[in-house]
Design a protein around this ligand. Structure first.
Ligand SMILES: Cc1cc2nc3c(=O)[nH]c(=O)nc-3n(C[C@H](O)[C@H](O)[C@H](O)COP(=O)(O)OP(=O)(O)OC[C@H]3O[C@@H](n4cnc5c(N)ncnc54)[C@H](O)[C@@H]3O)c2cc1C
Length: 286
């Protein structure tokens, strides 16, 4: 039985990645938090060492910011072929992958030629199975050179501590919210629902919210049970971040806005009236 190496942390995308990796063989894992603070070159060096020792047939990681960064560095130092954000893989002499391109608006089928393909799995595109946890590998201490790039500080998100990527409910605002101050009604509804606040790029570009709140192709990919989009048109780059959302509620004055056409539930009208009315109704029922 061949062995595959999987870069793991505690997140759902890691478990989804593990599920896909099992198709290649018996998984072994390197824990991302084995090297603290996070240093991408040090993790890449650990993966390179472990993959050699195990003679791994492939190396997998979740297609998160950190997963993709570590694997890009691993590819650079080993010269091995790397495919990012895959949603399907077929083992074989040359490995066939299907991967998300252009924020998910294009699915590309590609073949990887090389002794040990490096693959990241797009978050929330593959269900996680409940197979056994893999055995962790141990790697030697990183060199000083591999620790040059490392995390030096953590800044708490502005959304009350609920992480956007992990939130079960998200209330998100777009240009239709109108201003930075306009987000008070979005925050109020989010607070009542125990939700995280998200936004579109029009909002971060205007400086109304920090980039850490942005949902989409160049923001966070989310997977909530409910995503409530207020005054967001639904450009493809925004929708690229919503593929994991189970239910979408759209509030928009334009019933033909793409997000309205793609939502499970819609409310047509002025969000400045509708959002406070929903909050008032929630308060009344408590
Ligand atoms: C390379 C690239 C990457 C990108 N990455 C991202 C990304 O990660 N995330 C992202 O979001 N965008 C991204 N974009 C930008 C994207 O193309 C859109 O420009 C952006 O999503 C639009 O934001 P919006 O929906 O808030 O604004 P708009 O498109 O202007 O839509 C505003 C909406 O609000 C509605 N509205 C206005 N007033 C009200 C009201 N009072 N009540 C109710 N509804 C109202 C309007 O009908 C409209 O539908 C990217 C673009 C590029 C080129």
């Amino acid at each position: 039985m061949t062995t595959v190496l999987v870069l793991m942390d505690q997140s759902d995308p890691s478990l989804q990645t593990l599920t896909l990796a099992r198709k290649f063989g018996e998984p072994r894992s390197l824990r991302m938090d084995a090297i603290q603070p996070f240093a991408p070159d040090a993790v890449a060096a650990g993966l390179a060492q472990a993959a050699e020792e195990l003679n791994a047939s492939a190396v997998f990681a979740a297609g998160t910011d950190r997963g993709n960064e570590v694997m890009a560095r691993l590819a650079a130092r080993t010269g091995l072929p790397f495919a990012a954000n895959c949603i399907a893989v077929t083992p074989g002499e040359s490995v066939t992958v299907t991967r998300l391109r252009w924020g998910g608006s294009l699915l590309e089928e590609a073949r990887l030629h090389g002794p040990r393909p490096l693959i990241t799995v797009a978050p929330h595109t593959v269900p996680a199975d409940s197979g056994p946890a893999p055995v962790d590998v141990e790697v030697k201490a990183p060199s000083d050179a591999d620790l040059v790039v490392h995390v030096v500080d953590h800044v708490s998100p502005s959304n009350g501590g609920v992480s956007l990527a992990e939130a079960k409910v998200i209330v998100s605002g777009g240009r239709g919210v109108g201003s930075q101050e306009g987000f008070a009604i979005i925050e109020e509804l989010a607070g009542l629902l125990g939700a995280a606040v998200g936004c579109s790029r029009a909002v971060t570009s205007a400086g109304w919210r920090p980039h850490s709140d942005q949902v989409g192709q160049t923001g966070t990919k989310v997977a909530p049970d409910v995503y409530i989009a207020c005054g967001i048109s639904g450009a493809t780059q925004h929708m690229a971040g919503l593929k994991g959302a189970k239910r979408i509620v759209a509030i928009n004055s334009d019933p033909q806005a793409p997000l309205m056409l793609n939502a499970d539930y819609t409310v047509t009208g002025d969000l400045k009236e509708i959002v406070p009315a929903i909050s008032a109704e929630i308060r009344k029922r408590r």
